[in-house]
Design a protein around this ligand. Structure first.
Ligand code: PLP
Length: 469
């Protein structure tokens, strides 16, 4: 299997190359040239298997024999052994036919662990094979940074630099990053905001001269391996609730569209999905796209669900490519126009086609808190604000009560205490056992001025030296 760019110009890559590459050289995102399809029998056979075994079967075709089965099975097993629940992503029943897929039992308590625990191991495997080291740079406003650090802290061949805006991430989120004391992990607090940090990372990818030839790797959701790892839990949850014999539906709290795109891939690979609901906060570009075919930029709003505070959903380009018959030239034109005008529309008939599968809702802070309180009163579950947005959208938008609805629980409520307290259920919050001493742990972090030259000098001085503890 080869991987091709959504803009049709960049060279096709192998799996190994696509794992080591972020954005395609033509500005597009990599997707598989063809998708594997699972027969009904193959899906039915997965029911009752361990999560790691389902993960192995779902991802094996994408790996394309570039890692031998025994090694790949070991990497997958090790990645999911870091989760604190035997089911890795357990299902919890909210009402008669509405289920929560709890994705927050990993090391950093958010769904990004599912992909990043595997991605770190895949990168390390390929780098070791090539006898190379690489540098990871990323900017975070919260969940991605800690999940990337946890995914890479044990990697012999990687040094990771995560930039966060100084004094502008929550204490839990900061400590989850800065209390990792491995020698290959570098936390940089920028005296600026998230956009400043993000711009420095982008500039570093665009011009990598400061690294003197050391490879720079991206771990944001444009990396195909992250999408691939996320396909697994759609299949696992679907077969647990009766697929392929019966259909299932999913509701996904969404921002960059990475998570829900993985669900769409599972559907394309044979999972019978009746409906996907895209749930957003006030940053509602995806909702406006589904409701009114209006994919346009508007000003960022700070909400109680900060991991979904985005202006443009970068992974939407992958769906755009599929909707337009995988026509790279057309996608390149749409994206070029978007760059100039800040807006684009999907072709009418393609949009109508998408609406058959996707629904959407935007939920404001008030609705988020009301849902946290409502669900706590109904069944004693404390939802995090992102998950609450999903539960609200699922309840309002589901088309069929007889089709099981699976809402993705993307984070543990303890990560977002402000929203939970505002909802009046703060007393029910407790740090899970493996993080109970988080507030006593030693922290390590370097504060740097809002200056690209200073950041790049720091990365160049410390990169490619570290040895993990
Ligand atoms: C990243 C994140 C999301 C959004 O996921 P996308 O793949 O960007 O759509 C939702 N909830 C939480 C808790 C997150 O960390």
């Amino acid at each position: 299997m080869r991987y091709i760019s959504t803009r049709g110009q960049a060279p096709a890559l192998s799996f190994e190359e696509v794992v080591l590459t972020g954005m395609a050289s033509d500005g597009g995102l990599y997707v598989p040239e063809t998708l594997p399809e699972f027969s009904k029998e193959e899906l039915a056979d997965m029911a009752g298997l361990s999560y790691a075994e389902i993960a192995f079967r779902v991802m094996k075709p994408f790996v394309n024999g570039e890692i031998d089965d025994e090694t790949f099975r070991r990497l997958v097993t090790e990645a999911y052994a870091t989760f604190n629940h035997d089911a890795v992503v357990p299902l919890k029943q909210l009402d008669a036919s509405h289920f929560l897929l709890e994705q927050f039992h990993g090391p950093t308590l958010a769904f990004k662990d599912v992909a990043l625990q595997l991605l770190g191991r895949l990168l390390d495997h390929f780098l070791k094979k090539r006898g190379e080291r690489a540098v990871i740079m990323g900017a975070t406003s919260g969940d991605t940074g800690s999940a990337a650090i946890e995914g890479c802290r044990h990697c012999d061949n990687l040094d990771i630099f995560i930039l966060h805006p100084h004094n502008r991430v929550s204490e839990v989120q900061r400590r989850q990053m800065t209390s990792v004391l491995a020698n290959n992990v570098f936390n940089i607090a920028i005296e600026g905001n998230f956009d400043d940090a993000q711009a420095m990372v982008k500039a570093s990818f665009a011009n990598q001269g400061f690294l003197n030839g050391t490879r720079l790797v991206a771990v944001n959701s444009i990396n195909w391996a992250r999408i691939m790892a996320q396909i697994v839990y759609y299949v696992a949850a679907g077969v647990a609730l009766g697929a392929p014999q019966r259909e299932v539906s999913f509701c996904v709290p969404s921002a960059n569209f990475g998570n829900v795109f993985a669900g769409y891939m599972a559907y394309k690979m044979g999972l019978p999905v009746k409906q996907f609901i895209i749930a957003t906060n006030a940053n509602d570009i995806l909702h406006r796209t589904l409701a009114a075919n209006d994919f346009s930029k508007k000003e960022l709003a700070a909400t109680l669900a900060p991991s979904m505070d985005i202006v443009v959903s970068s992974n939407f380009e992958r769906l755009l490519f599929d909707l337009h018959g995988r026509n790279g030239a057309l996608v390149a034109k749409l994206m070029d126009d978007f760059k100039v005008s800040g807006k684009l529309s999907v072709e009418d008939d393609r949009w109508t086609e998408a609406r058959k599968l996707f629904d959407s809702l935007a939920v404001d802070d008030e609705g988020t808190c009301a849902t946290i309180a409502e669900v706590f009163a109904q069944c004693g579950e404390v939802l995090d604000p992102h998950t609450a947005i999903g539960v609200r959208a699922a309840r309002e938008c589901r088309r069929s009560l007889s089709t099981p609805m699976i809402t993705l629980g993307t984070a543990h409520p303890v990560k977002f205490p402000d929203a939970v307290r505002q909802a009046g259920v703060g007393e029910a919050l407790h740090l899970p056992a493996h993080l109970s001493d988080l507030f006593e742990r030693e922290e390590r972090c370097t504060v740097l001025p809002n200056s690209l030259a200073d950041v790049q000098a720091f990365v160049a001085a410390h990169g490619n030296r570290g040895k993990p503890l």
